[in-house]
Design a protein around this ligand. Structure first.
Ligand code: TYD
Ligand code: MG
Length: 455
């Protein structure tokens, strides 16, 4: 007889407790405990995915380990390779998380279809075979070796996997899976944790890469316990505004590469298309200058980007002025407004301020500060900035323009796109290698100086 047992789990971090707690002792979250039924596992462990030849290998000298050159699977998708740090590592487990409808299933199906000569198993717990095949018909790729399985029971999936011996497994999605060894419902913390652990054992034992699709909760974090992110090797976030065609695949964690990489796709009628030269599409090609627009030379990962910052400053109609941002940190905007007010004497306290990063992009690079500041000044004065000028500099609390990293790459990108002038920090300017660049570099050290140069 098996014994039914329940326990309380923190929905935030997966902490397990025998009794209900108001505050999680592990992650300090309030009111996050939910009771889940655990099935006391009395079946022989051999029923589970067994790593037959994966018994503990005992202590070994690091020196004695001969590393086999891990041959990554280079996918035909350059953007995916980039965010994974150069292809899929065998035996790795990748989590791709994103909001509903953002295109996770489409992206992974098209990757499966593009991996010719590889046996790919696409497991779906969300859609039927017909739905997946209808989606595949819209995509301009085909792979004779792509297999579909609509199943949510992990043990049944493993049985099929043993027969098929795939080269890549795609799970859509981890929240729909259910292991029979735990009795709580799919999507609960203990289910997600256990299912992910089973796939992790499978991936490590067979050296097969596994890609898990994950959902995102209302507040934008990956649904399920934080421990899920710790268990996997790579976490990618698929984001973008559903009203825009552009989608961004961002690396949040990567055991095999840089964790600040970014891939850009465009959602088209025939699937996701990689965007190779993002700056060109992110800048509007209007020839007439508008007030409140400035171009920032930012970096995302190792890639330089030019993005358009749009600001609107208008007299405040109500007592409390509004500050609204899209794609930029609100607190960072408030800081920049305070700097402008204190150091350059602009009374923003009486103004509503709206800030938008064009193209639905989110900018986190501090080097975009200078462009934000110039866009604000331009809108305040209602004067357009000069044509073909871009900006790269961090703004400090005392109004100083601080240097930013990889300035040479930013300058090269601006030059490539035909910009004629670029404002950068004086500290960056001092260390700049002499180059035969045709772009004019203007050094600035204070906010006041920027204002004099612009108008
Ligand atoms: P989907 O991959 O189902 O999103 P997720 O798995 O993240 O929930 O994406 C669904 C959206 O993508 C849907 O609104 C239709 C659109 N779409 C295209 O625009 N072009 C296409 O070629 C395909 C297959 C879907
Ligand atoms: Mg989906």
């Amino acid at each position: 007889m098996s014994k039914v047992k329940s326990a309380f789990f923190c929905q935030q971090c997966g902490f397990e407790s025998a009794k209900w707690l108001g505050k999680c002792p592990a992650c300090q979250q309030w009111n996050s405990f939910v009771e889940e039924i655990k099935h006391k596992d009395t079946k022989p462990v051999a029923n589970r995915w067994q790593q037959d030849n994966h018994a503990s290998s005992g202590i070994v000298k690091l020196h004695d380990i001969t590393t086999v050159d891990e041959r990554r699977v280079i996918t035909p998708d350059a953007e995916l390779n980039r965010v994974l740090g150069g292809g899929i590592v065998p035996g790795s487990i990748v989590l791709i998380a994103g909001e509903p409808g953002i295109g996770k299933s489409t992206l992974l199906l098209q990757i499966g279809l593009q991996l010719k000569d590889q046996i790919v198993l696409y497991v779906s717990g969300e859609e039927s075979d017909q739905q997946i095949s209808m989606r595949a018909e819209r995509l301009p790729f085909s792979n004779q070796q792509l297999y579909l399985l609509t199943e949510t029971d992990t043990q049944k999936i493993f049985q099929e996997v043993k027969k098929l011996q795939p080269d890549l497994v795609i799970i859509d999605s981890i929240q729909t899976l259910q292991t029979p060894f735990i009795e709580s419902s799919p999507g609960s913390v203990s289910q997600i944790r256990e299912c992910a652990a089973e796939w992790q054992r499978y991936a490590k034992a067979t050296h097969t890469p596994v890609i898990l699709i994950g959902h995102i909760t209302k507040d934008g974090s990956i649904a399920g316990p934080k421990i899920l992110e710790h268990m996997v090797d790579t976490v990618l976030q698929f984001e973008g505004d559903r009203h825009y065609a552009y989608r961004i695949l961002r690396t949040l964690k990567n055991r095999f590469g840089s964790s600040s990489e970014l891939g850009i796709y465009e959602m088209t009628m025939t699937g996701m298309k990689a965007v190779m030269n993002p700056s060109e599409i992110l800048l509007s090609s209007k020839e007439d200058s508008l007030s409140g627009v400035a171009i920032a030379a930012t970096m995302e990962g190792l890639r330089p980007f030019l993005v358009e910052v749009q600001a609107l400053v208008s007299p405040s109609a109500y007592g409390t002025p509004q500050r609204t941002v899209t794609g930029f940190d609100l607190r960072r905007l408030q800081l920049l407004l305070a700097v402008l007010e204190k150091r350059a004497g602009f009374p923003f306290a009486m103004k509503d301020v709206f800030l938008n990063i064009a193209g639905g992009l989110k900018v986190e690079d501090p080097a975009s500060d200078l462009a934000v500041l110039c866009a604000l000044l331009s809108s305040y004065e209602d004067q357009p900035l000069q044509h073909h000028v871009c900006f790269a500099g961090e703004v400090g609390l005392s109004g100083e323009i601080r240097s930013v990293n990889r300035i040479e790459q930013r300058i090269a990108e601006a030059e490539k796109l035909g910009f004629e002038k670029m404002l950068i920090s004086r500290n960056n300017f001092k260390n700049l290698q002499k180059s035969n660049a045709t772009i004019e570099i203007i050094p600035v050290s204070k906010v006041e100086e920027v204002f004099r140069l612009l108008f």
